[in-house]
Structure formats: structure tokens, C-alpha cells
Design a protein around this ligand. Structure first.
Ligand code: PRP
Length: 284
């Protein structure tokens, strides 16, 4: 109940981001008046953490700054998954500001009906990177992306059952007719998934030389870049339209809720609350 004048938090700069959360929690306590942070190693007073707040010299953090630092950021993938993901996000109780649905808007970060939650909209591969580095706390990403990066910082507690497709090997119909995959020893593959592709073929003794493309893989065989591709297949219409045949399935793919492991430790109630909200939203 009664305010104390100053609270100085001395921290090790290795633990800045953990400290910042302790600091934010401390700042919420009404009995604490002024909070300052001092780097225990350098003696430099200040905080440089995930959201790049710098307090130098030590000073009181305003409630506005604390709130800005404390925002929960959810990363969502652009493109067709977004149409399937938004009903779940809404059912979990998160409604983005109107600009989110405005195709003319150039905004990349959006407020929501929760003042402390923002949504960012990025490429599907980048969702995993933003969350792994702690720039976003939660995200939605396919297991294709998770397999490709294999980030240890990510935890995927929930299969959302959306974005169903498969990661497959395909080749021209004409090649497939006389091909025996058991005889491959060295193949060249155009793909957005070089790591998954190399690992998959290495496990059966085939050396896969990958040519990294970011889209329109289906063009590679007809233009002589690579005879084979590894790409996502959903309806199969893109393969068919380009004279290609699916010859092997590497993995079945669905979208997962992903969380940053450090955020799960530092903000356990909030993070597990949202995981549960998404679990209910997808009927799990
Ligand atoms: C994906 C994938 C294929 C296509 C497969 O691309 O890379 O090209 O969908 O779907 P289908 O089997 O139903 O034809 P997407 O349209 O998502 O765009 P991208 O190339 O930007 O990933």
C-alpha cells in the first residue's frame, strides 16, 4: 500500500530481457515508486532489450513506456493461410483494427481489441523467425517452415488443423514414366526447402543438390533448371497445370500455434492463457 521511494534493480547484461520482465512486473506494484535499472557488469545504467528501451541515466519509466514494452506481439502469415487463420484468431477473442482488412493499407503492425496485443503480418517463413528471436511472442506457422528452420527457441503446443497440404517431390510426367526413385544417387532439386530436402534424401543415401527458389518452383523442370522440385501440394492443380507429377510425399503439413520458449517462461500466465484460448477456438 505505501510507496517506497526508489527501487534499484541491478542486473547482469546477459539477462537483460528476463530482467526487463521482472522490472515491468515490479513497476506494476503500486507500492514501488521509482524504478531504475543498473547493469551489474559495466555499471552502466540502462536497459537495452527486445523492444530497445534505453533508460540512461536511470529514471522512472512511465506507465506508457512499460505498456509499450510489455505488448504481446502475434505474428500471422500472409497469403492463403490467413483466411483460415483469422476465424481462429477471432474465436480466441482477438479482433484486429479495421486497417488489417483494408487491402490499401501499408501498415505491417496492427492494434487489436486488446490494448496490450498487436498483430504483425509477415511471410510464412518469417513468422518462425520473428517468434524464434522473441520479436513476436506467438505465431502461426506450418510444420514445413518449422522443419526447415528447426529453431530450438520455438515450442509448437497446438496443431490448429488448418492449412492442410503436403510437402512433396515432383517431376515431369515424362520423367516419372521411366523413373525409379530407388536408383537415385545424386539429384538436383529446385526448392524453397533446401534443409528439409537435403536431410530427407541424405537419410536414404541420396545426395540432393538444392537450388533455392522462393516461388514458382514448377517452372524449373520445363526450363532445364532442375528435373525435380520439392514444394507444397494442396489440390495438385499447380502441378497438373505445369505437367508435373507428385512422386513422393516428404511430410503432411498443417499450421501450428508457435510460441517463444523464453516468453513462455517470463510471461507464463498470459502465454498459457492464449494457448488455451486457441485450443478452445479450434475445438481441441
Ligand atoms: C503454393 C505452392 C504451390 C501451390 C500448390 O503456393 O508453392 O505453388 O501453392 O497448391 P495447389 O496444389 O492447390 O495448386 P502459394 O500459392 O501458396 O504461393 P507461394 O508460391 O507464394 O508460396
Amino acid at each position: 500500500g505505501q510507496q517506497v521511494a526508489n527501487l534499484t534493480v541491478v542486473i547482469d547484461h546477459q539477462d537483460m530481457s528476463l530482467c526487463l520482465h521482472a522490472f515491468v512486473i515490479a513497476r506494476r506494484r503500486p507500492e514501488i515508486g521509482v524504478v531504475s535499472v543498473t547493469d551489474g557488469n559495466s555499471g552502466r545504467a540502462g536497459v537495452r532489450a527486445r523492444n530497445a528501451v534505453d533508460i540512461s541515466p536511470p529514471q522512472e519509466l512511465s506507465i506508457e513506456t512499460v505498456r509499450a514494452v510489455d505488448k504481446l506481439v502475434i505474428a500471422l502469415p500472409k497469403g492463403r493461410i490467413l483466411d483460415e487463420a483469422m476465424p481462429l484468431v477471432n474465436a480466441a477473442g482477438i479482433i484486429p483494427e479495421p486497417a488489417f482488412d483494408d487491402p490499401k493499407s501499408r501498415l505491417l503492425r496492427f492494434g487489436t481489441n486488446h490494448p496490450h496485443i498487436d498483430i504483425i503480418r509477415v511471410r510464412s517463413f518469417d513468422v518462425a523467425t520473428f517468434v524464434a528471436f522473441g520479436a513476436a511472442h506467438l505465431g502461426i506457422a506450418g510444420n514445413d517452415v518449422l522443419m526447415e528452420f528447426d529453431y530450438p527457441e520455438l515450442y509448437a503446443p497446438l496443431d490448429l488443423g488448418i492449412g492442410k497440404c503436403r510437402l512433396s517431390v515432383a517431376e515431369p510426367e515424362s520423367v516419372a514414366a521411366g523413373d525409379d526413385p530407388r536408383r537415385w544417387s545424386h539429384i538436383r532439386i529446385a526448392t524453397k526447402y533446401p534443409e528439409v530436402t537435403r536431410r530427407y534424401f541424405a537419410a536414404r543415401g541420396v545426395q540432393a543438390e538444392c537450388v533455392k527458389l522462393n516461388g514458382a518452383m514448377e517452372l524449373a523442370p520445363s526450363l532445364g533448371l532442375c528435373a525435380r522440385i520439392v514444394d507444397l501440394v494442396s489440390s495438385g492443380a499447380t502441378l497438373l497445370a505445369n505437367g508435373l507429377k507428385e512422386v513422393e510425399v516428404i511430410a503432411e503439413v498443417t499450421s501450428r500455434l508457435i510460441v517463444n520458449r523464453a516468453a513462455l517462461k517470463t510471461r507464463p500466465d498470459e502465454m498459457t492463457g492464449w494457448i488455451e484460448a486457441f485450443r478452445k477456438a479450434c475445438g481441441g
